[in-house]
Design a protein around this ligand. Structure first.
Ligand code: SF4
Length: 257
């Protein structure tokens, strides 16, 4: 017992400030940058290497809603036109916002005043895994640990959609899960929010156009926030949620630990 107390004492304060005081490690693959000026005429190496058809050419465009951050494209590029930054901020309000043509990404804007008044300080979410592999689900679960401590922001996961203000959807929406997703959405009282987490929930990801899937959440319900990644880092999810609630624009969350 004494050893347990001693170990816990030595661990000290573990909850991470948000936004984090230190940048993420260099090896973390966050927002990519594209320098199309380096591309050789006629080169298709990145597009050919991409396993999820996330790249289109002329102009060179990354669909971050399909990208799994693998990073085969950067490895295949002979001119170093594609690079990765450790910037974890990736969430957008629209599907089109995830089409990246340079370094700019239209980060998620806040809900309107009425919705912020309802949800800005207390948001209850029901998670629906619509055929997910458990990658995104594990990162959502990590938000509840002492490091990310989601509940300090007044955001919590609840068991029943009838107690929820919105849904967090993961997975490509398999044929078997579509009806369950529809019924869960209908069970959430209005007004409600829908958040798509991960490449599968945004576009179908690696399962795009599979006859067993419906290419993501927008096939079935309207989506208010898209959080890309495969899976997204907990900080990416947290950043998207707080932007949606207007709590980063005001700067109130700085140094919250
Ligand atoms: S990092 Fe994304 S865009 Fe590049 S090859 Fe992998 S899935 Fe395709």
């Amino acid at each position: 017992m004494w050893d347990t107390f001693k170990t816990r004492w030595q661990q000290g304060h573990r909850t991470q400030a948000f936004p984090p005081a230190q940048p993420l490690p260099e090896r973390f693959r966050g927002r990519p940058t594209i320098d199309a000026g380096r591309c050789a005429a006629g080169c298709t190496a990145c597009r050919d290497a991409c396993p999820t058809e996330a790249i289109t050419l002329a102009p060179l465009t990354f669909d971050l809603g399909r990208c799994t951050f693998c990073p085969a494209c950067a490895e295949a590029c002979p001119s170093g036109a594609i690079a990765w930054t450790p910037d974890y901020r990736l969430a957008t309000r629209t599907r089109e916002g995830l089409l990246l043509r340079d370094a700019a990404l239209p980060l998620a804007t806040a809900l309107d005043r009425k919705m912020r008044a309802l949800f800005g300080r207390s948001l209850k979410l029901r998670q629906v895994s619509a055929g997910g592999c458990n990658g995104c689900e594990l990162e959502l679960q990590a938000l509840n640990n002492v490091v990310f401590d989601l509940s300090r922001f007044g955001i919590q996961f609840v068991a029943s959609p009838r107690h929820a203000d919105g849904l967090v959807i993961t997975g490509p929406v398999t044929a078997n899960m579509r009806l369950a997703l529809q019924k869960t959405y209908e069970a959430v009282p209005d007004p409600k929010l829908v958040i798509a987490v991960g490449a599968c929930a945004i576009s179908g990801g690696p399962f795009l156009n599979s006859p067993a899937c419906h290419n993501g959440a927008t096939s079935t319900v309207p989506v208010d926030l898209f959080i890309p990644g495969c899976p997204p880092h907990p900080l990416t999810i947290l950043d998207g949620l707080l932007r949606l609630l207007g709590r980063l624009e005001s700067g109130r969350e700085r140094n919250t630990a």
